[in-house]
Ligand binder design. Structure first.
Ligand SMILES: C[S@@+](CC[C@H](N)C(=O)[O-])C[C@H]1O[C@@H](n2cnc3c(N)ncnc32)[C@H](O)[C@@H]1O
Length: 343
């Protein structure tokens, strides 16, 4: 097995999962492209030499603003993903590892990733490597439209021997997706372990032990959003190698209103509906399940019901005229987390 494969945290078969992401992304593509345009306008001149790390099947490059006229190189550890990306769009593709980028020191203007640095098990090593190949004042940025991959977060907590739990659900490939994790803060770990060890001795009945343990967990643990955890981890990893004054992070959002595309109608044949507190129609949107987890509308009580087929059917009954108005159009709402820094 080559070293590149050893570095990789995604399997060959995960191409199906990338396609699943892509289907969801297509539902808000025009809004997401607006986010890319805004980010590009603020951070690019247009003629940069860019390396995208963990480019997968090439979503970011394919949807990057067309007025970019520099060089864009896509690097990934999985040749099968690159092969698929090649089929979808012309470009420069390299099989390689985020930890050993095959470029000389200070040779690139931009190093970036889209939902890729969150899957890496050794973020510090990867950001050090990104800084090595970046020119002075070169730009690093990472965008994320999904929940961050939880494996590196759990490994991080495990390595520090911090008791932790993740409550989430498994996606089709068996990866746990979660919005939050709970863990015992470092200063409480010693106490927590002492009491848990005592519990082990005191209870022979597993059920009683479980209940006591849960109580203990509630008392000692704290919850954190996986996004916040990753954001902090990435910022910390950038700090030794980048100009700290330039390290930034936050949310990028955009929306688009207009006709639903053929693709949207095919993928999701009926639009989502939102209700406000008074149970009145609030708005409607097509968006990915991932964005749905993060959408936070003011005064919004409910997305009714979560299965949108059903919601649309209800609307057709209670307000056929409104349903008719909605059908040909949609609102796309997209939100992407970003972290960026200059060397
Ligand atoms: C969640 S996927 C994202 C793919 C793509 N950027 C997208 O948004 O569709 C993560 C990608 O990182 C790649 N990857 C994982 N470990 C890597 C490593 N050590 N070096 C380079 N790429 C890696 C995987 O092969 C995969 O394509």
């Amino acid at each position: 097995m080559s070293d590149i494969f050893k570095d990789s945290t995604w399997d060959l078969e995960d191409i199906e999962l990338l396609d699943e992401f892509e289907k969801g992304r297509n539902l808000v593509l025009r809004a997401t492209k607006q986010i890319f345009r805004d980010f590009y306008k603020q951070n690019f001149q247009g003629n940069e030499k860019v390396l995208e790390v963990g480019s997968g099947t090439g979503f970011l490059k394919r949807n990057w603003p067309e007025n970019f006229h520099g060089e864009w190189i896509q690097l990934d550890s999985q040749p099968a993903f690159l092969k698929e990306a090649k089929k979808r769009s012309n470009g420069t593709y390299i099989q390689g590892s985020a930890y050993r980028i095959p470029f000389p020191d200070e040779s690139l203007d931009v190093v970036c990733g889209y939902g890729s640095y969150d899957v890496l098990m050794d973020l510090e090593k990867a950001t050090k490597e990104a800084s090595r190949v970046l020119k002075e004042d070169g730009l690093f940025f990472h965008l994320l439209d999904l929940s961050p991959c939880s494996e590196p977060i759990m490994k991080d907590l495990n390595d520090r021997q911090v008791p932790s739990k993740i409550d989430g659900w498994e996606n089709s490939k068996g990866y746990i997706q979660s919005k939050s994790i709970s863990f015992v803060p470092e200063e409480k770990v010693k106490d927590f372990n002492k009491i848990t060890a005592k519990l082990n001795n005191d209870y022979s009945d597993l059920r009683d032990f479980g209940e006591e343990h849960n109580k203990l967990w509630r008392k000692y643990s704290q919850e954190i959003q996986t996004h916040d955890y990753f954001d902090r981890k990435l910022r910390d990893s950038l700090t030794p190698y980048f100009n700290t004054e330039t390290i930034e992070s936050g949310d990028l959002t955009a929306s688009f209103k207009g006709e639903r595309t053929k693709q949207q109608k095919k993928t999701d044949n009926e639009p989502f509906l939102f209700l406000n507190e008074a149970g009145k129609f609030y708005g409607y949107s097509n968006f990915t399940q991932y964005n749905m987890l993060r959408l936070n509308f003011p005064n919004m009580l409910n997305i009714l019901p979560t299965g949108h087929d059903c919601a649309y059917r209800i609307l057709k009954q209670i307000s056929p005229s409104l349903a008719q108005k909605i059908e040909p159009s949609c609102s796309e709402i997209s939100s992407v987390k970003y972290v960026s820094a200059r060397k």
